[in-house]
Design a protein around this ligand. Structure first.
Ligand code: NAD
Ligand code: GLY
Length: 357
């Protein structure tokens, strides 16, 4: 049995297909006799590439296997994908398929956006984080040495094929980091989802397939709803960045080795809650509620003493949401009441970070 969620974006739409197998039959017409470049990494390819190849008997397959890790989400890896596209002679009517976590999804999407000014691609996300967030909505990109995701494009996939069984091989720390992004939806506009997550913690952590499917379907719907309202992030989609401005700074400050992305977002949400409290937008309960939820899933909720608040603020100046030198942050008036706050003073940000050690 598979669940289908349709993303409707005015002139184009695409399905998110949530299944417990790799099944490309609904795309066989589009892929028939096409050249398809499978993009994966050294960790995921040995686990799933053979199975995926057998599920794609109707096209001409090529591979590009990249080194693993956020530190490789860079211009060099992007160039390696483009070199593979050139080597296999992939044309405008051919297709790329990403197989991996958010890093592979973002880089494959960006290569697809840039090759011949845009070719089709399919996302096959294999981490919880990429199944509930990164593969959906068409944000593609790579990191620049000065900051995360500074190079990129909006480019929507042809389809997102989610196989929940891939989560069985995911290291537990990576799985839990994905829960950080799930908790984000509760913080943005889904307060009841916080209760659902707490009530289903045992099923989630024991990788119960039915519970995982429901978790993924719920999160995909939450994200689809925001993306459909604002594809290019002119307004409400920015709420999806809750915890991210702090989180990206945490990742950059630790050279992408200290926190996994979902862990950094989790701690970033605590900082956003503290800042919201210090600026009088909410009471102190919000931070406590978030911390309880994060602690339950063993996600970080306190800043390591070795990271200086000043360094984080400096890194936050490069965030894409900074406008005319003023910080724009996603803050909360309560759980599920996120909003875009403009003109936030650096001193207030510093104080909030210091209160999260
Ligand atoms: P990741 O892609 O680095 O994957 C985490 C680790 O798990 C990697 O070592 C990977 O090789 C391994 N892995 C993947 N699937 C596996 C499996 N099934 N079994 C065993 N190992 C597996 O990290 P992530 O958390 O998936 O994604 C984080 C990235 O996503 C960040 O770069 C972030 O910026 C990006 N992101 C993008 C969006 C977006 O909207 N485009 C949203 C959120 C996050
Ligand atoms: N992860 C943020 C977004 O997709 O807009």
């Amino acid at each position: 049995m598979s669940d289908h969620i349709q993303i409707n974006l005015g002139d184009h739409q695409y399905p998110l297909i949530i299944n417990n197998a790799f099944n490309f039959s609904c795309l066989s017409k589009r892929l028939q006799d096409k050249k398809v470049l499978l993009v994966s990494n050294e960790t995921v390819a040995p686990l799933y590439l053979d199975e995926i190849k057998s599920a794609l008997p109707f096209c001409q397959l090529f591979e590009c296997i990249l080194p693993d890790g956020e530190q490789h989400k860079n211009l060099l890896s992007w160039e390696l994908i483009l070199n593979s596209l050139a080597d296999c002679g992939l044309t405008r009517t051919d297709v790329l398929i990403s197989i991996g976590g958010g890093v592979i999804c973002d880089m494959t999407g960006f290569a697809a956006a840039s090759w011949m000014r845009g070719v089709d691609f399919i996302q096959v996300p294999t981490t919880l984080l990429s199944q509930i967030d990164a593969s959906i909505g068409g944000k593609t990109g790579i990191n620049h040495p000065r900051g995360k995701n500074l190079i990129g494009a909006f480019h929507q996939p042809l389809a997102v094929m989610i196989n929940t069984t891939t989560l069985q091989t995911l290291p537990q720390r990576e799985f839990v980091a994905g829960i950080g992004e799930a908790i984000k939806y509760a913080g943005i506009n889904q307060p009841d989802f916080a209760h659902w997550l707490s009530d289903n913690q045992t099923g989630i952590m024991s990788l119960d397939d039915e519970v995982l499917r429901e978790l993924i379907v719920r999160c995909c719907r939450f994200k689809a709803d925001l993306v459909e309202q604002d594809e290019k992030e002119q307004g409400i989609r920015a709420l999806l960045n809750l915890g991210h401005t702090f989180g990206h700074a945490l990742e950059a400050a630790t050279a992408y080795q200290g926190y996994l992305h979902g862990e950094a977002v989790a701690l970033g949400m605590v900082m956003a809650a503290e800042l919201s409290f210090q600026l009088g937008f909410c009471d102190s309960e919000l931070r406590k509620t978030l911390e309880r939820l994060l602690r339950g899933f063993k996600l970080p909720y306190r800043l390591k003493k070795s990271i200086a608040a000043e360094q984080l603020v400096e890194l936050m100046r490069l965030d894409k949401k900074v406008q005319s030198g003023q910080h724009r942050l996603i803050l909360m008036k309560g759980l599920g009441q996120a909003f875009i706050a403009k003109g936030i003073e650096e001193n207030d940000i510093l104080n909030a970070i210091r209160a999260c050690v």
